[in-house]
Design a protein around this ligand. Structure first.
Ligand code: FES
Length: 238
């Protein structure tokens, strides 16, 4: 395959034509943070954590979906890039239930880790209206808590592209967008095969395994107790 020559942070590298900036950076061992990207599974440029500066481009571009071209010059760590990533994290946190200390993913959460790396500690900077969120406790093997969902759609990608089931997707529009099943069915009412791959790729605590036999048997034995419910009604910060 034909190669192109580009510069990333002043370092000249040769990469296959058609590569994305993210792929080129990874070949050169240059780290660009990502949240939504999963190679060949979820390449949708949704989260904007991977933004970089490209010489001549009018705005920052998402490295995970932006193809390289011969002679391109890229910067991954300018002040503009870092400010943009921090603002993105602050906006994500503005609709995120921030109870990290009691979250099962605390210490193993990509969102938490990125906030730490980028020194985002003013988590309430954009406090305002919170989205309505849902907890789906209907399935025997897992819980979806959308108050921790960042709409990265990794779960949607693996369900559709790896498992070939496609029972989850984005519902609603704009600020009201949420991930779930069609017609707000509980997961237990779908053809979900309980593979758990969506849990494995979730970057936050939105998807978690049921952690006790009690929870599993309760879901199977009492479907009326474990139903798709609305929680955390829309609130406005004071
Ligand atoms: Fe590139 Fe999410 S990782 S937009």
């Amino acid at each position: 395959m034909e190669n192109v020559t580009i510069k990333i942070n002043g370092v000249q590298i040769s990469v296959p034509a058609g590569s994305t900036i993210l792929e080129a950076a990874r070949m050169a061992h240059i780290k660009i943070p990502t949240l939504c990207f999963l190679k060949e599974i979820n390449e949708i440029g949704a989260c904007r954590m991977c933004v970089v500066e490209v010489k001549g481009a009018k705005s920052l571009v998402a490295a995970c979906v932006y193809p390289v071209s011969d002679g391109m010059e890229v910067w991954t760590n300018t002040q503009k890039v870092l400010d943009s990533r921090r603002k993105t994290l602050q906006l994500i946190l503005s609709t995120h239930r921030k109870e990290c200390l009691s979250c099962v993913r605390s210490g193993n959460c990509e969102l938490q880790q990125l906030c730490h790396e980028l020194k985002v500690d003013d988590e309430n900077k954009y406090a305002g209206e919170m989205q309505q969120s849902m907890v789906d406790d209907s399935a025997p093997h897992m819980i979806r808590d959308n108050s921790k969902c960042i709409l990265c759609r990794r779960c949607v990608g693996v369900c559709e592209n790896i498992q070939g089931i496609g029972v989850i997707g984005a519902n609603g529009r704009g600020f009201s967008t949420y991930i779930g099943q069609a017609f707000d069915m509980g997961l237990a009412q779908t053809s979900c095969v309980s593979c758990g791959q969506c849990i494995a790729v979730c970057p936050t605590g939105a998807l978690t395994e049921k952690d006790s036999t009690d929870q599993v048997f309760a879901a199977i034995a009492d479907p009326t107790k474990h139903v798709f419910v609305q929680t955390a009604p829309s609130v406005r910060a004071a």
